[in-house]
Design a protein around this ligand. Structure first.
Ligand code: FAD
Length: 516
């Protein structure tokens, strides 16, 4: 059995069923599951798989209550499982209640739209009518009455109650309730427009709209750019005292200072710092590459591409640019099929003494500081460096839209120390990097792949609780980048995004604080 042969991999946030795990996943689970039975050769399944992956990303926060799974029925080892569940055509979707019995065949998912929105709504309907026992992590989804809200704080100890006022055909309230299920100190309830006493009491006139209700019986309207799911969810997750379960509470800068070995450097979270870019170069060129005493073949080409884009586009101080250019010239002059790291190191340390050329030693993380020594830093710097380079390539009217992305791809593939990261990145590159045909789509490609990674890692152990992974940029950082479709779905405004990326990562906008 290999996951590679199927349409999904472990990084898709979809449980991949196998003969070994099928019973432990489906039987007696505390969460409900929706399983896609597919055959990897079936054209419909191939066409549907991106939608299933998008859905998995979209409802990732709902996992403790309802999770997605998939099984490749074309894999002979899996055949008996697919027969056991009575699957005859592909793709077939089935819903399994939490605490399903070993003989459960799952329930059919009646026909309907097979896009993310339609599937998400259908999942909500299934969850609402979930039989007993109810999945313990799933909050109540039914509408709340005035009496229930009046007594809410007598039986609940949360600090925030968010009320979403909406019409009966709206799903926003239930979606936001599920989006917040892993967050502590907040509860979300939907209230229908027809709950007139409550509507009148709060003076609600817009549907949907969201109000925060407090134990003191005070209430305020939640101000968002758009009255839609993504905007409510983002704002509610960031209320004071609201924390993702398992994360430690926020600490002050003073405490942050004590948990890091370096002195904490105050910084502006909405800016990019040259100190991070130079620290990334130091780490990559003096530490990461040093793990390869001899560089040859594919790795040598990767190094040449990397140094070449740095020499062309790194928007650094003249002294650093001079050094990168001199290393690039030196590397282009090497005709051997292999290179020793020590000779590269000599070039980096400028033993030839090219005037005014140097790369400062050591790291001084600023925008990439983490609240603990194992958070952020180098990988944060690596992403930032390549976003900057994609923007610089356009600023410098580069000719080849693939140049920076391919340099990143081959560097990550050959050298990036996090090998699992390299595999994931290579999979994304294989999927779609070759479609990039302009310098601006290169910027957007990297932005969207980085958001994929953010989505996958949100809530992971490697996430710094003080720097939660979000779909970036936030509505605060770039309000005009966000919009909503008529259907209420979130949409990115690509033109606004490009304008934002061009400015955020532009050379003039880089801050030079904390440089030596
Ligand atoms: P990062 O994700 O490192 O982002 C750095 C900064 O970039 C953010 O603070 C923000 O200002 C900005 N930013 C965020 N999102 C975007 C965006 N979409 N577009 C532009 N700018 C943005 N870790 C794993 O555990 N598993 C992996 O598979 C994995 N793969 C990786 C692949 C690559 C190529 C790289 C460079 C890193 C990978 N990492 C992986 C590390 C992980 O992505 C983070 O870099 C790390 O957890 C540090 O996170 P951070 O909070 O500093 O933010």
């Amino acid at each position: 059995f290999t996951t590679e042969a199927g349409l999904y991999t472990a990084s898709d946030q979809i449980v991949i069923l196998t003969p070994d795990n099928v019973d432990s996943v489906l039987v007696n689970s505390t969460a409900a599951l929706v399983v896609e039975f597919y055959a990897s050769w079936c054209g419909h399944c191939i066409a549907f798989s991106p939608e299933w992956k998008r859905l998995a990303r979209d409802i990732k926060e709902w996992k403790p209550a309802v999770d997605l799974a998939a099984i490749d029925c074309a894999n002979e080892d899996n055949g008996p499982i697919c027969s056991r569940f009575g699957v005859k055509g592909y793709p077939t979707l089935k819903f399994f209640h939490a605490y399903s019995k070993p003989d459960s065949k799952g329930q059919g998912f009646r026909e309907g739209p097979r896009d993310v929105r339609g599937l998400r709504h259908k999942i909500i309907e299934k969850m609402e009518t979930h039989e007993e026992p109810w999945p313990p992590a799933c909050p109540p989804l039914e509408t709340a009455s005035k009496a229930e809200i009046d007594n809410f704080f007598e039986t609940n100890s949360v600090e925030h109650l968010a009320l979403i006022f909406e019409t009966s055909n709206s799903y926003v309230g239930r979606e936001v309730t599920l989006d917040l299920l892993q967050y502590e100190n907040i509860a979300v309830r939907r209230v229908l427009r027809t709950e007139e006493a409550l509507v009148a009491k709060l003076g609600v006139t817009d549907f949907p709209s969201c109000y925060l209700y407090y134990p003191s019986r005070n209430f305020t309207r939640l101000h968002v750019q758009n009255e839609a799911r993504t905007f409510y969810t983002y704002a509610l997750q960031r209320l004071p005292g609201v924390l993702r379960a398992g994360n430690s509470p926020p600490v002050t800068s003073d405490l942050l200072k004590n948990t890091t070995e370096d002195q904490w450097r105050p910084f502006n979270r909405s800016r990019v710092y040259m100190a991070d870019l130079e620290s990334t170069l130091h780490y990559s060129l003096r530490l990461e590459l040093a793990a390869h005493p001899v560089i040859k073949g594919e790795a040598l080409s990767a190094l040449q591409r990397y140094i070449s884009v740095l020499a062309k586009y790194f928007p650094g101080r003249p002294v650093v640019r001079n050094l990168l250019k001199s290393v690039d010239t030196w590397l282009k002059g090497q005709n051997d099929t292999e290179l020793s790291y020590s000779s590269l190191r000599d070039a980096l340390d400028n033993i030839a003494e090219v005037p005014d050329a140097a790369l400062p030693e050591g790291v001084r993380w600023v925008g990439c500081q983490g609240s603990m020594p194992h958070f952020r830093r180098y990988p944060c710097g690596m992403w930032t460096l390549f976003h900057v380079l994609t923007v610089q390539a356009e600023e410098a009217a580069g000719k080849d839209p693939q140049e920076v992305l391919q340099a990143m791809r081959s560097y990550v593939h050959s050298f990036f120390g996090c090998r699992a990261c390299a595999t994931h990145f290579e999979n994304m590159a294989k999927d779609s990097m070759s479609h990039v045909g302009t310098l601006s789509t290169a910027m957007l490609w990297l932005w969207s792949r980085h958001n994929h990674v953010n989505n996958r890692l949100a809530g992971a152990l490697s996430e710094d609780p003080h720097f939660p992974k979000i779909q970036w940029p936030s509505p605060e950082l770039c309000p005009s980048c966000h919009g909503v479709k008529k259907s209420g779905e979130h949409t990115w405004n690509q033109e606004e995004l490009l304008t934002f990326l061009r400015s955020h990562f532009s050379s003039e906008h880089l801050l030079s604080d904390y440089l030596e």
